[in-house]
Design a protein around this ligand. Structure first.
Ligand SMILES: *Cc1c(COP(=O)(O)O)cnc(C)c1O
Length: 425
């Protein structure tokens, strides 16, 4: 059965034929290839086509697909049972490793998804401060919990309007949305003194890659301190990716709470939130802020996460290789844009990179909203025809893994450069 036939079956029984919206290819058109297996930097479709993968499970994969250490750890774990609903040693080992690699996390709780991590961290911030308002940034994604499904109105501090039916207006009445990289707007949002937390992607990745402006994260830290709000870094994407210790290590800023996901579970289903011990001790059963999970800390996800974190803990080459290869890919794409005379720019932090078409810089959502999405769709399809699987949306990041060797990057760059030249003709 080919992808088209699978997709027809899928759409009959699943919304859009998928279990997460962007996979349906609505933004780029066509039928998503169905994946039979994956290995290293490659996906294999049900038709037997091999594609160089830059989705990398939306950043969850750092050592390439079916990494030997992860596969072995999971295989060893699974025969001992898939879930106990009672404490097990692996949970302790992974928690210890997280607190070692991300020092601002003194105490940590494992959950099942990034959505749960951010939702729980926000509840904790509200419980700890006795305040209700959450400040978030336009264009930042923190999972699909109600409180975060808000888009900004006009610029500046504003109370949000839900951007999904089903989110009660009352739920988002306490979410204040401000412009990314705009400290004056943050200050204004904090001034009433009712803010529990500011939550931020320290490198934005969910409007394409938007690095924090010089002084932005520093400014958030001091504004939060000044106004008695907690600073939450949502490092679900950036954790263990932009540096071993995440964006907080790369930029030298210490948040109060951190959300992790994706890489922390090595491509299996787990996430985590943690931070200052005095805050985390407010979580049940130490404290009264309730949060629980039937499958939280399950041995399969824990095994995959442990294998990944143990590997990257002692891997001295990983982050310098990712940086060098990311930089090489960036220059090739920038050169192609210039040579082809295509308006666009490439923004990158470490192993996450976005090619933006139709704009020469993106510093916030207002810039991102001006992207040429038609150009992106054409570029995407040309890349796919050539054998490269990009994230199927103009507002996403490409993710490099350790399996994206110099050779793989060069082959991918040839295909992407040709796709860019195709836009000029
Ligand atoms: C992916 C992501 C989430 C949501 O994680 P899920 O596991 O998909 O629920 C939250 N925050 C950021 C920054 C993410 O990139």
């Amino acid at each position: 059965m080919n992808s088209q036939e699978w997709f027809a079956r899928a759409t009959a029984v699943m919304p859009g034929g998928v279990n997460s919206p962007v996979r349906a290819f609505k933004a780029v058109g066509g039928t998503p290839p169905f994946i039979a297996s994956a290995s290293g930097a490659y996906l294999q479709t049900v038709e037997g086509r091999r594609l160089i993968d830059f989705i990398s499970s939306w950043g969850a994969i750092i050592y390439g697909h079916a990494d030997e250490a992860v596969v072995k750890a999971v295989t060893d774990a699974v025969v001992d049972g898939t879930s106990f609903g009672a404490p097990s040693p692996g949970e302790v080992e992974v928690a210890e490793l997280i607190t070692e690699l991300v020092p601002s996390i003194e105490v940590v709780r494992l959950v099942n998804s990034g959505t749960e991590a951010t939702m729980s961290a926000a509840r904790l911030a509200r419980g700890a401060t006795g305040r209700d308002v959450i400040v978030k940034f336009e264009g930042c994604y923190h999972g699909h919990a109600d409180a975060f499904l808000v888009q900004a109105g006009s610029g500046g501090a504003t109370f949000g309007e839900p951007n999904s039916p089903g989110v009660p207006a009352g739920t988002v009445a306490t979410t204040r949305v401000v412009t990314y990289n705009d400290l004056a707007a943050v200050e204004q949002a904090l001034t009433p003194g009712d803010v529990a937390c500011v939550i931020v992607e320290p490198v934005a990745g969910n409007m394409g890659v938007v690095p924090p402006a010089e002084g932005f994260l520093d400014g958030l830290r001091s504004l939060c301190d000044k106004h008695g709000a907690l600073l939450i870094f949502d490092e679900v994407m950036t954790g263990f990716r932009v540096a071993r210790g995440g964006a907080q290590e790369r930029y030298g800023i210490t948040p109060d709470l951190t959300c992790l996901g994706k890489i922390v579970a090595g491509g299996a289903a787990a996430a985590a939130y943690g931070g200052r011990a005095d805050l985390m001790r407010l979580i049940s059963p130490d404290g009264g802020v309730y949060q629980a999970g039937t499958l939280a800390g399950n041995p399969i996800a824990v095994a995959a996460g442990l294998a990944t974190l143990r590997k990257l803990r002692v891997d001295d080459a990983l982050y310098s290789d990712l940086e060098r290869r990311g930089s090489h890919l960036q220059s090739r794409l920038e050169d192609a844009l210039a040579e082809a005379g295509v308006l666009g720019c490439v923004q990158r932090v470490g192993a996450m990179l976005t090619v933006f078409f139709g704009v020469d810089t993106v510093e916030n959502w207002e810039d991102a909203a001006r992207l040429d999405t038609d150009a992106f769709a054409q570029y995407f399809q040309a890349a796919l025809d050539g054998g490269v699987m990009l994230p199927p949306s103009a507002y996403e990041a490409m993710f490099l893994t350790a399996s994206h060797t110099d050779e793989v990057i060069d082959r991918a760059a040839d295909i992407l450069v040709a796709a860019i030249h195709g836009l000029a003709s």
